[in-house]
Write a protein that binds this ligand. Structure first.
Ligand code: AMP
Ligand code: GLY
Length: 443
C-alpha cells in the first residue's frame, strides 16, 4: 500500500517507523526535513503541512491509498476532509470531529450536553462581563484558556501563572483583545488537583480501542519547574497502567472517551483516528483536562514503539470503520521517552545549531531514536525552535527503561537540554505520594 504520513516531528517519525514495519511504501509531507522520516520514506515533500491543496495534490499524484495526519493544525483546516473528498481513506478526524481539540468550548459544551462523566465546572466567555461573573461564580481557583489552538502554551493556572483576581482579569482581557488562539473566546474552568495522565485510543467512528496510559512532563525544567512546553518526555508502565493509576481509574477514563465518541457520532461528527484524552486523576476519579484529535507528542513514541499489531492495518481500519474485532495488542513492556531539545527551549530556543547524534552507539545501548523538528543539512542535523529528538528506552521495568534512555542520551551532543528526572525512581515515588495526599485531602 502507498501510505502518506503528514508532519515532521518525533511523533511523525514514530508513525512512519510503525507504518514501515509492514512493508508499505511510505510518503511524507512535512515542514522540516526530518532525517528519520526522510530516510524511511520512499519520497517526501517539504511543504507547509497546513497547505491543504498542495498536500492533496501530492497525495493524488503519488496514488496514495491511505493517509495519517500527525499534528492538529492541518486537521483544523480540514485536511482529512479534503483527502477523503479526493478518495483517499484517512485515519484522522474531519474538521468537525477535530473540534474536540480545536475548540475547548465545543469540547466542554459537548460533555455537558451529553452528560459525559469527568466534567469540570466551566464558563465560556466572549466579553469581560461574562469573565467577571464567571470569577464571581467559580472563585479565583480557576484555569483560563483561549478556546482555540495555542500549541499547549495558552493555558494559565491560578496559583502558578495567575496570582490574583486582577491577573485573571488581565489575562482574559489579553485573550479577548489579542484573539489569542485565533478567536475572541475563552474558557474559565475549575482548577483540578491531582496527577495528570494521557490516555490515547484508536477509533473508527464507533469502536474505541484504548492504548497503554502514559504520563507526559510538560514543564521545561527538572522538578516540574519552568514554562509549559509541548512535552519534555514521558513514560508508560508494562501492563498499561501507571504507578499511581488503578485499573478502575483507567476503565473510568476509557468510559469517558467512549462517551465522547458516541456523542460525536450522535451529533453527526463521527470521529475516526486517534483520540487523546488528557486527564487529571483527582480525589473523585479521572476528570478531563482536554482532548486532542491525534496522537500525543511525545506519547506516540511510548505507545507505537511497543505496538505489536500491524499499525498500517489499524490505520486502515480506523479509516474504514471496521476496527471492531481486531486484535490490537501491545508488548507488556515499560517505556521511557526523553526529549532532547535545543538549549533555551521553553523560552528562547537556539535554532540552527548543529547537534551530533551517534545513531550506532544509541542502537548499541538498546534504545530507539526518533528524530523530531530538526533539519537535515548536507549530513548535519540542525535544530529548529522546537524539540530535536526523542530517545526511548524499553524494558520490563520503568527503572531499566529509564537507564537505557539515559545511556543513549550520552551519545547526543551539542547545545541541548534534557530533563534527566523523567522516569527516575524519585520522580515516580513523588507522583505516587502526591496521589496519596490528593486522595486523602479535601478535594
Ligand atoms: P491543555 O493545553 O488544556 O492541555 O493545558 C495545559 C496544561 O494546563 C495541562 O496539562 C494542565 O497541566 C493545565 N491545566 C489545564 N486545565 C486544567 C484544569 N482544569 N485544572 C488544572 N490544570 C489544568
Ligand atoms: N504531549 C502533549 C500533546 O501532544 O499535546
Amino acid at each position: 500500500m502507498r501510505i502518506l504520513a503528514i508532519g515532521g516531528g518525533g511523533r511523525e517519525h514514530a508513525i512512519v517507523e510503525a507504518l514501515a514495519r509492514s512493508e508499505h511504501d511510505i510518503y511524507a509531507c512535512m515542514g522540516n526535513s526530518n532525517p528519520g522520516s526522510a530516510r524511511r520514506a520512499k519520497e517526501f515533500l517539504l511543504v507547509n503541512e497546513k497547505d491543504v491543496a498542495k498536500v492533496v495534490e501530492y497525495a493524488v499524484a503519488k496514488g496514495i491509498e491511505l493517509a495519517v495526519v500527525g499534528p492538529e493544525a492541518p486537521l483544523e483546516v480540514g485536511i482529512a476532509d479534503a483527502l477523503e473528498t479526493a478518495g483517499i481513506p484517512t485515519a484522522s478526524p474531519t474538521k468537525a470531529a477535530a473540534r474536540i481539540e480545536t475548540s475547548k468550548s465545543f469540547a466542554r459544551e459537548l460533555m455537558l450536553r451529553r452528560k459525559i462523566e469527568g466534567r469540570t465546572k466551566f464558563v465560556v466567555a466572549t466579553d469581560m462581563d461574562q469573565v467577571r461573573s464567571a470569577v464571581d461564580d467559580l472563585g479565583e481557583d480557576v484555569v483560563v484558556k483561549p478556546s482555540g489552538l495555542t500549541g499547549g502554551k495558552g493555558v494559565k493556572v491560578y496559583g502558578e501563572h495567575l496570582m490574583s483576581r486582577e491577573d485573571i482579569i488581565g489575562y482574559a482581557t489579553d485573550i479577548l483583545d489579542r484573539r489569542i488562539g485565533g478567536r475572541a473566546q475563552l474558557v474559565i474552568e475549575e482548577k483540578l488537583i491531582g496527577e495528570e495522565f494521557t490516555l490515547q485510543a484508536f477509533c473508527d467512528g464507533e469502536t474505541l480501542v484504548p492504548m497503554p496510559a502514559v504520563q507526559d512532563h510538560k514543564r521545561a525544567f527538572e522538578g516540574d519547574a519552568g514554562p509549559n512546553t509541548g512535552g519534555m518526555g514521558s513514560y508508560s508502565q508494562s501492563g498499561g497502567l501507571l504507578p499511581f493509576l488503578s485499573s478502575d481509574d483507567y476503565d473510568a477514563s476509557v468510559g469517558i472517551m467512549r462517551g465522547v465518541i458516541e456523542a460525536l457520532r450522535a451529533e453527526g461528527s463521527e470521529y475516526k483516528g486517534v483520540l487523546y484524552g488528557q486527564f487529571m486523576l483527582t480525589r473523585e476519579g479521572p476528570k478531563v483536562v482536554e482532548f486532542n484529535a491525534r496522537l500525543g507528542d511525545p506519547e506516540a513514541m511510548n505507545v507505537l514503539t511497543i505496538l505489536d499489531a500491524d499499525f498500517a492495518a489499524v490505520c486502515e481500519r480506523m479509516a474504514g470503520g471496521n476496527l471492531a474485532g481486531m486484535d490490537v495488542s501491545f508488548a507488556s513492556m515499560s517505556t521511557v521517552c526523553k526529549y532532547v531539545v535545543p538549549e533555551g527551549y521553553g523560552t528562547k530556543p537556539l535554532a540552527g545549531e548543529e547537534i551530533r547524534i551517534d545513531e550506532t552507539a544509541i542502537a548499541n545501548e538498546g534504545a530507539v531514536l526518533y528524530y523530531a523538528n530538526v533539519n537535515a543539512d548536507e549530513g548535519r542535523v540542525l535544530t529548529t525552535t522546537s524539540r530535536s529528538a526523542g530517545i526511548v528506552g524499553v524494558a520490563k521495568e520503568i527503572a531499566d527503561a529509564e537507564r537505557i534512555a539515559e545511556s543513549a542520551i550520552q551519545h547526543v551532543s551539542g547545545r541541548i537540554a534534557v530533563r534527566h528526572d523523567i522516569g527516575k525512581q524519585a520522580m515516580l515515588e513523588s507522583r505516587v505520594q502526591h496521589m496519596k495526599e490528593v486522595r486523602g485531602g479535601s478535594r
